[in-house]
Design a protein around this ligand. Structure first.
Ligand SMILES: Nc1ncnc2c1ncn2[C@@H]1O[C@H](COP(=O)(O)OP(=O)(O)OP(=O)(O)O)[C@@H](O)[C@H]1O
Ligand SMILES: [Mg+2]
Length: 313
């Protein structure tokens, strides 16, 4: 069972697939077996980055049970040893329509893929499936550009992911009336969820806070430029203040036209132009990620430890 990484953004077109493919290539260059998975089921395009314009088989062959093995829909890349990808599909299986049972089956198989690292390239948007795939990973990475719309969308995405994480946890732990009223409400912020945990269920409230404390997604700013007014620290402050979420910045990738050239040549930019500013920043981001994978925050309790702690105290 490999390490699952998810990459999401809320807004589309911000560079998730570019970042996912370059990180994947870096992992494979270090001798790791890597599988990239295009989870944008309705609007897949990851395969194009590898020059495969009409891939077969695709993820839908697995979802529609044409094969029982997810490994069977992995495409290898002749020039990159250890790197493979699962193409999504542009056909009728819109992400929002994915049946719950199909999602669970896919998640189970993703965790058992024959790989050291599995990178989930999530669909844009904030539907429950995207949030669930994002949260199912061991390591979660969010991406935005400095555009205000992209920053607002990534904030919204992280907020909804935190609420989804909390609700998923509470719906398993709670029973009866409290559970019923919680799972049937729409929440727009974390405080609302905490307030809804009845005062007679202080344990759940404390437990909920502990769960939130374990949600520390990573962040990559893409297409940064010297003129942008956006400061990553202001996003970090807002998230800490309103969600209690610590957003760890992995890197800033500059806007670099060479990225577009590399896509036109069907190669990740770190291969196409290794000395370009974007490639240097992507490589630094990779090292920052690798460092975090080797040494996760030692002060941060695992979810199980957090629950143990709150129920014992
Ligand atoms: N650092 C960069 N500098 C310049 N252009 C970039 C950079 N990163 C991405 N791009 C451009 O942005 C486009 C979109 O990138 P990409 O396909 O990775 O986005 P995405 O978030 O995966 O989109 P979608 O949500 O549609 O899957 C690329 O085709 C490329 O032209
Ligand atoms: Mg993409």
């Amino acid at each position: 069972m490999g390490t699952l990484l998810s990459i999401a953004s809320g807004k589309g077109g911000v560079g998730k697939s570019v970042i996912a493919s370059n990180l994947a290539l870096q992992f494979s260059r270090q001798g790791q077996k890597v599988v990239l998975v295009d989870l944008d089921i309705g609007g897949a395009n990851l395969h194009i980055l590898f020059g495969n314009l009409s891939p077969s088989p695709t993820l839908s062959d697995f979802l529609e049970r044409h094969t029982d093995s997810l490994d069977a829909v992995v495409h290898t890349i002749s020039w990159a040893k250890g790197l493979g990808y699962i193409p999504g599909t542009g056909n009728t299986l819109g992400g929002g329509n994915l049946l719950h049972s199909k999602k669970l089956r896919l998640l189970r198989h993703l965790k058992n893929l024959d790989a050291d690292i599995v990178i989930l390239d999530c669909a844009p948007g904030t539907n429950y499936h995207t949030l669930d795939f994002f949260l199912a990973a061991d390591v979660q990475i969010t991406v935005a550009t400095p555009d205000p719309t992209s920053v607002i969308e990534v904030y919204r995405f992280i907020k909804l992911a935190a609420i989804r994480k909390l609700m998923t946890h509470l719906s398993v732990r709670l029973h009866g009336e409290v559970r019923h009223s919680l799972v049937n409400q729409e929440f727009s912020n974390i405080q609302e969820v905490l307030d809804a945990c009845s005062p007679t269920h202080e344990v759940q409230k404390t437990e909920a806070l502990a769960i939130l404390g374990t949600f520390d997604p990573y962040f990559i700013l893409n297409r940064a430029n010297a003129r942008h007014k956006f400061s990553t620290s202001s996003l970090q402050q807002v998230l800490l203040k309103f969600l209690g979420t610590e957003l760890v910045v992995l890197g800033e990738i500059p806007h670099d036209d060479v990225v577009t050239h590399s896509i036109r040549n069907y190669l990740p930019v770190i291969d196409w132009a290794p000395d370009s500013p974007a490639s240097i920043a992507l490589t630094q981001t990779f090292y920052a990620l690798q460092q975090r994978l080797l040494m996760p925050n030692p002060d941060r309790p695992s979810p199980a430890e957090a629950i143990q702690h709150t129920t014992n105290s």
